[in-house]
Design a binder for this molecule. Structure first.
Ligand SMILES: *Cc1c(COP(=O)(O)O)cnc(C)c1O
Length: 469
């Protein structure tokens, strides 16, 4: 047991120290992997060290290194070491975090961590929540709670902006709200939900005899980092008696910083909020969270007590987390967050969020000053959207040197492919109002200005080489 464990820890530490020198991404085709890995389950066991070696050699390295300092695609992550160790401990202690009876200390720690989040969000006493597998599960729990709160109407309607995350639509579908009753409300120039259009859509639905069940606002859109106008949305929802859910999975923990608090003003008026500690709170995967302003609403939506669990009812003081979501058997996720915050303090986490916010701002200034790259959206909450556009190509359509949107798209696709293939960085793309955009998402503890600058400089070089052959 010890030998295998020590070897695994050594391998993890070596990997982490070696990250800056490794490529940010390593993929493989199935045709390469099948001959290496496809086999019948072995009837006889093998030496544990040999099995570990094979996992370390053939399996684990062939993947994105999402914690690499130049991994800027999608949403990067950098779980803290204490949180990783907590994960091992929780598994080794075999904690069943479904009922208080079976996990008193761990349940208390989950309450402690949720209470920290409550304070950070500015939620009142009486707010509470649950740690989930991620933002998708939290959004699902929120929609079910909203639907139950609305009395399970036959024709419930859910509203989100055209920048809302796909998991909300999937959650609505699971919660019994089909796509024809999901409204994508257009956004303004800053990618924020148009409140006037939302109000009109709600009025139309009411006239048609449908029931608005939930408005899903976004605080930190994955695409651009944009935040919907929360105070206005809260006022409208309160007036109309409609549940306001805020999906802050991507950017929520920026609330620890002054800039984040400013961007999220009004978030404390939401009925529920999705957070994703496995994004900007530096936690291992499958650490998500739903916070609900009145936690009794969450339990009202989910509590069921089967006979065989009757011994687990210890009174309202003693939370059975199975009563707050879809899982009965749950792992002890809270230990990760608790050990991380205890080790580095709130300040340690806040400083890193602030530092990555600065990096994104600086990237924005660097791009604005470049003759050959243009911003497509100002940096917001760690996200920068831009494209390569050679100087002189911005002339009016048809003028010499101008490039059509299609040409720009194909040029930028090529730049992106080269950057990723050669291993300079890992970078993804998106579409903003239909236009192809490169996108950097900066929130890794290890990413420094040199990493961002090297990536932008290389984009200029490759772009130049490709556009002036
Ligand atoms: C990541 C994300 C989600 C989904 O969260 P998972 O943890 O991936 O399930 C939902 N909403 C937003 C805004 C996100 O960025």
């Amino acid at each position: 047991m010890r030998e295998l464990g020590y070897r695994a820890v050594d391998a993890l530490v070596e990997r982490r120290l070696g990250l800056p020198d490794a490529p940010p991404w390593m993929g493989a085709l199935r045709t390469e992997l099948e001959p290496l890995l496809m086999e019948p389950a072995p009837e006889e066991g093998r030496a544990p060290g040999a099995v570990l070696d094979r996992a370390l050699q053939d399996v684990l390295p062939r993947a994105g290194r999402i914690d690499h300092p130049r991994f800027f695609a999608f949403v990067p992550s950098w779980p803290t070491w204490p949180a990783i160790v907590a994960d091992l401990l929780a598994t080794g202690f075999n904690i069943f975090q479904g009922t208080w009876l079976e996990s008193a200390g761990p349940s208390q720690i989950e309450l402690v961590v949720l209470d920290w989040f409550r304070e950070w969000l500015g939620y009142p006493e009486g707010a509470g929540g649950i740690l989930t597998s991620g933002g998708s599960a939290a959004n699902l729990d929120a929609l079910v709670t909203a639907r139950e709160h609305a009395g399970n109407p036959e024709r419930g309607v859910v509203y989100l902006s055209d920048q809302g995350h796909s998991s909300l639509e999937r959650a609505a579908r699971i919660a019994g709200i089909p796509s024809e009753r999901i409204r994508h409300i257009p956004t303004d120039d800053g990618f924020r939900m148009r409140v006037d259009l939302l109000e009109a859509a709600m009025a139309r639905d009411r006239e048609d005899g449908a029931t608005p069940v939930c408005v899903c606002a976004t605080a930190g859109a994955t695409n651009t980092g944009a935040t919907d106008p929360l105070p206005e949305l809260a006022a409208l929802c309160r007036e109309r008696g409609v549940w306001l859910h805020v999906d802050a999975a991507y950017g929520g923990f920026a609330v620890l910083t002054e800039r984040g608090r400013e961007a999220f003003r009004g978030i404390d008026e939401a009925d529920s909020i999705t957070l994703d500690p496995h994004k900007w709170l530096f936690q291992p995967y499958e650490t998500g969270c739903l916070m609900v302003r009145d936690v009794a609403r969450l339990e009202a939506a989910f509590r069921i007590l089967p006979e065989y669990l009757q011994d687990t009812r210890l009174g309202a003081q003693h939370v059975n987390f199975a009563d707050r979501g879809i899982q009965l058997t749950r792992s002890f996720r809270a230990l990760r967050i608790w050990m991380s915050i205890q080790t580095f303090g709130v300040r340690g986490h806040r400083d890193e969020i602030d530092r990555t916010l600065d990096l994104a701002q600086r990237a924005g200034r660097r791009i604005a000053a470049s003759p050959d790259i243009e911003l497509l959206s100002p940096p917001m909450l760690g996200v920068v959207c831009f494209r390569y556009r050679p100087a002189g190509s911005a002339g009016s359509a048809g003028s010499a040197g101008s490039m059509s949107p299609d040409e720009l798209e194909s040029l930028n696709r090529s730049v992106q492919d080269r950057i990723n293939q050669e291993g300079t960085a890992m970078m993804s793309s998106t579409r903003l109002r239909g236009e192809y955009s490169l996108r950097l998402c900066i929130l890794n503890v290890q990413s420094g200005w040199a990493d961002v600058e090297a990536t932008l400089g290389r984009i200029e070089e490759i772009g130049r080489a490709l556009s002036c052959p």
